[in-house]
Design a binder for this molecule. Sequence first.
Ligand code: PEP
Ligand code: MN
Length: 338
Amino acid sequence: MIIIMESGAEESDIQAVISKLNALDLDIHRSDGVAQVVIGAIGLTGEIELNDFKLMKGVSNVIRISEPYKLASRAMHPEKTIINVRGEEIGGEKVVVMAGPCSVESKDHIMRMAEIVSKAGAKFLRGGAYKPRTSPYSFQGLGEEGLIYMREAADMYDMAVVTEIMDPNLIPLMSDYTDIFQVGARNMQNYQLLKELGKSKIPVLLKRGLSATIEEWLMSAEYIMAGGNQNVILCERGIRTFEGYTRNTFDVSAIPVVQGLSHLPIIADPSHATGIRDKVSPVARASVAAGADGMLIEVHDNPEKALSDGAQSLYPEQFTTLMNEVRIIASAVGRTID
Ligand code: PEP
Ligand code: MN
């Protein structure tokens, strides 16, 4: 249930609503917007008489929401959430760009890649140190060594780090190195991991599961938010369909659909969505046109030798060209890109 206060409602009126909700043993989340205060009440609200609240002083409206997610819902938080990471706003006017190799491969390599992608305008360095590979015989990542290299490379070029976490036990260790925890598609419904990330203050980039509906995806965001961490960034990375010509199928409509349902920022990952280098840039351009708040792109200077996902990694020149193209597209839809 969501209670929208009148703009300019007195604090005492807000407190009266909160006390009444407290007496009903509901979990209360208050959101102070620019114009109005919105109060979300989570729990067994089915039996509550809406008029008991509608008629209270200072209350503008009371809505019973049918969506199972509350904290992630637009109704609860009408303004878009903007997440600040090292001075960069995710979800604001600027379209953010996160780029780098699929995996951290060596110190020299991640340094070189950070220089390349930052020169092209990316402010976030991506790269996995713990890799979720389909085969247990494939490269599994460098672990903490990879995190150390990544942090050094990001610091050198004044970038933020985004890297994948698979194991909740690694949250304390990884917190020393990363600015954003990436939860991969395969872990979107790893509820223990989501609950533990809810206790962290570090933003979480939550990829859409391979076969997840948008509602399931938002419920996973809700797990993190219910734990106390409101800094969730959604990432559409393609879903599994019957189509075999691409690795996954990029669901471009998920961008406006999620933006209607939720206040959370949503970014696009055309690399994993298509799996094919020459399909990445067209889909990336489409994502910015559709209103994505950012892009996550794999780039490699020698993709033939990449330890993972070489086939979908852009060459540095392709990435620079893409950045120039999306700057034009961004301006056409009222956004900017560095
Ligand atoms: C990745 O970003 O390299 C990755 C493994 O992504 P996903 O979880 O979307 O497959
Ligand atoms: Mn990858």
